[in-house]
Ligand binder design. Structure first.
Ligand code: ZN
Length: 297
C-alpha cells in the first residue's frame, strides 16, 4: 500500500540500519505503518505521515540485546561489591534472597529492570531468576522481547522446593509460551558447581525434547575451574561436553577461563559464549578473552 500514509515518520539526526552494516545515515527518516517498519530513506523523499516525530541529536538503531542478567536483582544493587564470587554468593546474596525474594519482589525488580533497560536502548533481554513465571508476566505487559531461563539448582530455591519441581515448572512455562511472539523459555541450570550430573542429564533430555535453549554460568572464575579440576580432574566445560549439554542451543555465560581445549570444544559443538564484562569487573572475576587482535604476545 505505497499510497497509504505512514502512521508515524521518525526523523532522527542519524540512522544506523541493520543492512548495510557499518553505515551511519544522516538526513534520513524511518516510517512506521501498522506497527511495522514500512519505509526508510532520505527525509525529503518521505511519504506523507499522520504523525512526524523530530528527534534532533538522536541516533536511531535497532534495539540492543542484553544477553544475560538477573533482572529482579536490580533491587539488590549496591549490595556487597568487590568480593570473590563464592563469598559474595554464600555470605551475602543467597542469604538476602532467602530473606527477601518472593513473587512481589520479582515483579517489582523485573519492572524496574525493564524500565532501565528500555531507557538504555535495550529491547530484548535474557533473564535467569526465581519465579520465572512472574518475570514472563512482566515481559508480556512491557512489550519487550525476552528469553526467560528457568533456574535449576540442586538445593531448594524460592518458588521450587526441589530441582525436580523446578524442572517441571520450566517445562510447564515452556508449554505456556510456545506461541508467545516475544517470549522464549530456556533452561537455566545455574552453574557447574550448583547442579549435579543427574540433574544436568535431566536438563539435557528435556531441552533436547523441547529444542529449548540452555543458559548456564560456566567458568566464571579461575577458582571454579581449579576447584573442579582438583576434585575431579575435569574442567567444568569438558564435563558439560561429556554430559551432552554442549551444542548450538547452549549459552555459556562468563567464560573468563578459556584454555585451548575449551575453545576447541566450544567451536566443535558450536556453543555460544555470553561475555559479561561489567559483572566480571564488579567481582574482579577475570575477563573473557574475546579480543585477540592488538594484544601483546
Ligand atoms: Zn549471572
Amino acid at each position: 500500500m505505497p499510497d497509504t500514509p505512514l502512521d508515524l515518520l521518525i526523523v532522527p539526526t542519524w540512522v544506523v540500519p541493520v543492512e548495510p552494516a557499518g553505515v551511519v545515515l544522516s538526513g534520513h527518516a524511518l516510517g512506521i505503518r501498522g506497527g511495522l517498519i514500512a519505509w526508510l530513506g532520505p527525509r525529503h523523499k518521505a511519504p506523507p505521515a499522520h504523525e512526524v516525530q523530530e528527534l534532533p541529536g538522536c541516533l536511531l538503531s535497532p534495539g540492543l540485546i542484553n544477553a544475560h542478567g538477573h533482572a529482579a536483582m536490580t533491587l539488590f544493587r549496591g549490595m556487597a561489591d568487590d568480593l570473590p564470587l563464592m563469598n559474595w554468593l554464600e555470605k551475602h546474596i543467597w542469604p538476602a534472597e532467602a530473606r527477601w525474594v518472593d513473587e512481589a519482589f520479582v515483579a517489582t525488580g523485573t519492572q524496574l529492570a525493564i524500565a532501565e533497560q528500555l531507557k538504555g536502548g535495550i529491547t530484548c533481554f535474557s533473564d535467569m531468576y526465581f519465579y520465572p513465571r512472574v518475570a514472563c508476566e512482566q515481559v508480556d505487559r512491557s512489550g519487550m522481547r525476552a528469553q526467560i531461563s528457568a533456574p535449576i539448582l540442586d538445593f531448594p530455591i524460592p518458588g521450587a522446593a526441589t530441582p525436580e519441581q523446578a524442572l517441571s515448572q520450566a517445562v510447564a512455562l515452556f508449554d505456556a509460551h510456545r506461541q508467545h511472539p516475544r517470549i522464549s523459555i530456556a533452561f537455566g541450570p545455574h552453574a557447574p558447581y550448583t547442579v549435579s550430573d543427574p540433574h544436568l542429564e535431566q536438563v539435557r533430555m528435556l531441552a533436547e525434547q523441547l529444542q529449548a535453549p540452555v543458559q548456564m554460568h560456566v567458568h566464571e572464575t579461575a577458582f571454579e575451574v581449579e576447584q573442579a579440576v582438583a576434585a575431579t580432574a575435569e574442567r567444568p566445560l569438558a564435563r558439560l561436553a561429556r554430559l551432552g549439554l554442549l551444542g548450538p542451543r547452549f549459552q555459556a555465560v562468563h567464560m573468563t577461563q578459556v584454555s585451548d581445549d575449551d575453545l576447541h570444544l566450544l567451536v566443535a559443538y558450536n556453543a555460544s559464549v555470553v561475555h559479561c564484562p561489567e559483572s566480571n569487573l564488579k567481582l574482579a572475576s577475570g575477563f573473557c578473552p574475546v579480543e585477540n587482535s592488538g594484544r601483546p604476545g
